[in-house]
Structure formats: C-alpha cells, structure tokens
Design a protein around this ligand. Structure first.
Ligand code: SAM
Ligand code: SF4
Length: 347
C-alpha cells in the first residue's frame, strides 16, 4: 500500500505511511488479540496454577488510554480488521465497557469481540452490546458442576451459564463455546457439550490442549487429539466437513447431523494452521507477540511512554512482525515453552 493517512498524535498531526503487518513468509496479520489483564477469577488447570502466580505490577499494565491508542494504531494504520479482547479474564478489567466504546468510536467497521469465561457477563452483556461489542466467545469445558469445579478450581458453573444466556439475549452472537478436553477429566463429555450447544444455537469448538500452562504440565501423550475427539463425537452425531474454505480460521468445521449446526475442531498441535496465521497479540503490559509461542516480544509500552508518535509505533510494530517464525514448532525436539503462561499472553 502506498497511500498515506494522517492520525492524531497529541498536539501535532503527522502524516504516517499506512502499512500492513506482513511477515517474511508473506502472511498478513489482520486479527489482533489484546490481553487486558493477566488476572483471572478462575484457575483452569491447563492455564494457571492453583496459586503462586505473580501478577504484572500495575504500573506495567497499559492504561485504558494506552490500550485504546495502540488499538487505534493497529486499526487506523496497520490494516487490522478484527480486535478481540482477552486475558486473563477481560471482564475483570474495570474499564472494559469504556475501552470497547472508545474502540468502536475509532472504527465503526472493525469486528470487535471478547473471549471470556463469562463470570459476571450476566451483568455486563447488555452494556457491552450497547457500546458496540459484536460477539463473545465463551470458554466452557463441561456442563457438570463437579467437573467444572475440578477443572477451574472454582464452583461457578451457574454463573457461567447465566452469562452465556445474557450474552445471547443481548445479541452478542453467534456465540462460540470453546472447550479444552482433558483425558480422564472431561473427554467423555464432548458429546453432551455438543448436544447442549446445538440445542441452544451456540457453536462448540473443541481446542487441543497446548503447552501453555504455568506449571509446564502438558504432555503430548496425555493430550486428547482432534482425531480422538472426532471419533467420540462421531459415535453420537453424523459429522461431515463443511464446504466452506477454512481460510485463516483455526477451526475445521463439521456439520452436525446434516446441519445447519456446526462444530469446530481446533487441532493446534496435531494439524497446525501456522501457514495461514493472520494473528498478532498485544499483552496487557504492551508487548507485541507475533505468535502464542513466540520467544521474543517487542516493547510498545516503553516506546509509547518515551513519546513515540503513532507513526513511529506503527513502524515499530511492522518491524516486530518480521521475525515471525514459520510455525510454532511444538513437535521440534528443541521446542521451548514460552516463558509466559497462556493467562499472561492472552489466549
Ligand atoms: N479467561 C478467558 C477465557 O477463559 O475465555 C480468556 C483467556 S483464556 C487464556 C483464552 C482461551 O485459551 C480459553 O478458551 C482457554 O480455554 C484457552 N486456553 C487456556 N490455556 C490453554 C491451553 N493450555 N491449551 C489450549 N487452550 C487453552
Ligand atoms: Fe482464567 Fe481463562 Fe485461564 Fe481459565 S482459561 S484460568 S478462565 S484465563
């Protein structure tokens, strides 16, 4: 792109070259995941330890103004078309509704969503819809209270279900339900989750567990593979691959019993989709990560706080993407799990 556009940078308005977040393999990142906090009110075993995880110091966490500014750089200067707020748990961020409102005012067309555990969503869904949130993805691994308490170490299933209902009532759909299956814990519950999702008009997506837990307890042998999941679901439902091309979407979609309901399988480990990746991540402390599994980050917070203009930040962001690796390399014997757990990267 050669055109230039102007963007306000405080007192002066500088012309800035419009750019795109292209890596050296030609992939273009247009989908930004923004972590609003590393904190959470659940403790899912595949994500966080029961206790003992240090939180980011508050002075390192981006302020609401800083989040809005960096999202504005991404959507205004870098051709980002989809913004998803995540965490940690985005609903525990006090300024969430205001951040969504301000990002929506900056860009009427950007696809704006959150990934949430839905605790407290019953209270905020209507407000989020009103200020311009488009959709929610909710993480829910089981419909059984005792399994929920085992996985999340909290007894909050009814709150989650109330949150999902409120989101549907507020029009924050299509609602996607993300589930991670764990062997011997909830892997036998995939069919009942799918039956429930189909009944309510939600799209279930089952995600292979990735080595991103703070305790480093992941093992390839124990992971429930996409193939096993499809076998289990196939014993109760007729599944057929949809005709739609997958594009950069991580989920392979299957129609359920002839459709129109579909189920998504996200085989991040056994069938990686890195070649089509269009994502970039911004952590709650303002670091750009070009991949969930990145070993390097680029510090936009320090650059912003040292007075860089929007155009300079955009340029820094473009440079940060250049080093994106071809794939996550989980199968490589030299694979190293990232230092930050999923809750601190932003899933
Ligand atoms: N707290 C919110 C939630 O749970 O939806 C947002 C953050 S959470 C880190 C985002 C997503 O990452 C959730 O769907 C969760 O299930 C998923 N996740 C966390 N740890 C994971 C892991 N080790 N492997 C695969 N998915 C994981
Ligand atoms: Fe919290 Fe989400 Fe991690 Fe569960 S997956 S501990 S809800 S951040």
């Amino acid at each position: 792109m050669n055109q230039t556009l102007s963007i306000a940078t405080g007192p002066a308005t500088l012309p800035a070259p419009a750019g795109r977040l292209v890596d050296r393999f030609g992939r273009v990142a247009t989908d930004l995941r923004v972590s609003l906090t590393d904190r959470c009110n659940l403790r899912c075993t595949y994500c966080m330890p029961a206790e003992g995880l240090d939180w980011l110091p508050s002075e390192e966490v981006l302020t609401d103004d800083e989040v809005v500014r960096l999202v504005g750089v991404a959507t205004g200067l870098l051709d980002v078309r989809e913004v998803r707020f995540t965490g940690g748990e985005p609903l525990v961020r006090r300024g969430l509704v205001d951040i969504v409102r301000r990002v929506r005012r900056l860009d009427a067309d950007v696809d704006l969503s959150i990934t949430t555990n839905a605790l407290g969503l019953a209270r905020t869904a209507a407000a989020l819809a009103e200020v311009g949130l488009d959709r929610v993805n909710v993480s829910l691994d089981t419909l059984r209270p005792e399994t929920f308490a085992e996985i999340t170490r909290r007894d909050r299933l009814p709150d989650v279900l109330a949150g999902i209902e409120a989101a549907a009532a507020a029009g924050l759909g299509p609602i996607k339900i993300n589930a991670v299956l764990m062997r011997g814990v909830n892997d036998d519950q995939a069919p009942e989750l799918l039956a429930w999702a189909v009944e309510h008009g939600y799209q279930l997506r089952i995600i292979e567990q990735m080595p991103l837990d703070a305790q480093h307890g992941w093992s390839r042998e124990r992971m429930v593979t996409a193939e096993e999941t499809l076998d289990r679901l196939g014993s109760r439902f007729a599944l057929a691959p949809t005709a739609e091309p997958r594009g950069s979407a991580p989920a392979e979609l299957f129609t359920v019993d002839g459709g129109p309901a579909t189920v998504g399988i996200i085989a991040s480990v056994t069938r990686p989709f890195c070649g089509d990746c269009d994502r970039v991540r911004l952590t709650a402390d303002g670091q750009v990560r070009d991949c969930l599994f990145a070993r390097r980050e680029s510090d936009l917070r320090a650059a912003m706080r040292s007075g860089e203009s929007d155009a300079e930040l955009a340029d820094r962001w473009v440079r940060a993407m250049a080093g994106k690796r071809a794939g996550h390399g989980i199968d490589d014997p030299a694979f190293l799990q990232p230092d930050r757990p999923m809750s601190a990267i932003g899933g």
